[in-house]
Design a protein around this ligand. Structure first.
Ligand SMILES: Cc1ncc(COP(=O)(O)O)c(C=O)c1O
Length: 385
């Protein structure tokens, strides 16, 4: 029996990021990893120790009542989102929520709209349902609104997926006018927006902007996660959406995820709902990551050849680089021999990729390591310019 003949997706490639992370290199600008020295280890250990053993049992697919109640307080206090208890659900990380939403909302051949570039994990989750993609080029202030308008008015789309705050991979933030236009278009065309917001609180400059959910709750499925503000291994994320979608999501989540770890739900909820402690922790992340962002931007400015350009994010974990040599794989291969990795841009495009692009993560390495890593890559680039 040829297993190849049985595969649902023959030839499906693994995520280039997950492949890259298998390289044990000295300096990684690869994954969207929080630095381990910023994990709130003591607090997590203390909260875990307080959890009653009954929560080791199987749980319901719907969030625990305590999770729901505490999360609602957090969302109102920190994010500006008000939601009814039954407009909230939970999942084992935002990746699981994205995959479950894909199973809830896409039948093979249906059309969805995504930015170009966009988060490649979301593309992987959506592709399991074999959609057609319409892509919207990204500008410095968010998606190109003319192209988005055309996409939403001329097609019957299942949803528009976007990351408005310090997007992965570009680091770009949708400005207020763009946000208002997006929700205006969603209202006019009856489009559902899937708003993925893992980085919203990681702002190092400028003022917070309202979420798309806050601007138009009836048209938005908002996803938040504990991964970037507590720790990825919490594997706990939340969905805030209109009731009918939350109901349908819960049905699919029961089939796909069964339920989300109750211990992790409680640790997450108690962590988020301790305002003084939480704010102190976020301040520490902002200071640490903000310094690393500035270090990387300065290093690019000083060392990268003329012709290479990059975004200047106000927060998050990533900088997007353009104008690199078209054979980016060869640059990466050379970087690996120099013990540095970054992610080539190709995988972040649902359709035609733009060549000579790459994503650099700045949160994981210490400032002096960032400078050294950029120096090594700048040396590799030199002969190409
Ligand atoms: C935009 C975006 N969505 C979702 C995820 C996945 O996060 P989680 O750990 O919650 O599954 C990431 C992780 O990098 C991300 O950047």
């Amino acid at each position: 029996m040829g297993i190849e003949d049985k595969l649902a997706y023959p030839g499906q490639q693994p995520s280039p990021i997950r492949e890259l992370l298998k390289h044990r290199v000295e300096i990684s600008f690869g994954g969207g990893y929080p630095p381990p020295e910023c994990f709130p280890v003591e607090r997590i250990t203390q909260l875990r120790a307080e959890i009653e053993p009954e929560y080791l049992q199987y749980g319901a697919t719907e969030p625990l009542p305590e999770f729901n109640e505490r999360l609602r307080k957090y969302l109102e206090r920190e994010i500006g989102i008000r939601a009814e208890p039954d407009e909230i659900s939970v999942g084992s990380g935002s990746q699981a929520i994205l995959a479950t939403l894909a199973a809830t909302l896409i039948s093979p051949g249906q059309t969805i709209v995504v930015d170009a570039p966009t988060y490649l994990g979301a593309l992987g989750a959506f592709r399991t349902q074999r959609p057609k993609f319409i892509t919207i080029p990204m500008t410095e202030t968010g998606p190109d609104l003319d192209v988005l308008r055309q996409a939403l008015t001329q097609n019957n789309v299942q949803f528009y997926y976007t990351v408005p705050n310090f997007g992965n991979p570009t680091g770009v933030t949708h400005d207020l006018k763009t946000r208002e236009e997006i929700v205006g278009l969603a209202q006019k065309t009856g489009t559902l927006i899937v708003e993925d917001d893992p980085y919203g609180l990681l702002r190092y400059q400028g003022k917070p902007l309202p979420t798309l959910h806050e601007l138009s709750p009836d048209h938005t499925a908002y996803i938040g996660t504990a991964s970037k503000t507590i720790a990825p291994d919490m594997r706990t994320a939340w969905l805030v959406a209109p009731l009918a979608l939350v109901d349908a999501y819960n049905t699919q989540a029961g089939a796909i995820q069964l339920y989300t770890s109750q211990v992790n739900q409680l640790v997450t909820a108690r962590f988020l709902d301790s305002p003084d402690h939480f704010r102190k922790h976020i301040e520490k992340l902002r200071t640490t990551y903000g310094e690393r962002l500035n270090t990387m931007l300065r290093a690019f400015e000083e060392m990268f050849p003329t012709g290479v350009t990059w975004t200047k994010p106000e927060g998050g974990m990533f900088i997007w680089i353009s104008g690199l040599p078209t054979d980016i794989q060869s640059i990466l291969n050379q970087a690996v021999t120099e013990n540095v990795v970054f992610v080539p841009g190709t995988g972040f495009y649902a359709n035609e990729p733009v060549s000579g692009t790459a994503r650099f993560n700045f949160s994981n390495a210490k400032p002096e390591v960032i400078t050294e890593g950029v120096r090594r890559i700048a040396r590799i680039l030199e002969p190409y310019y």
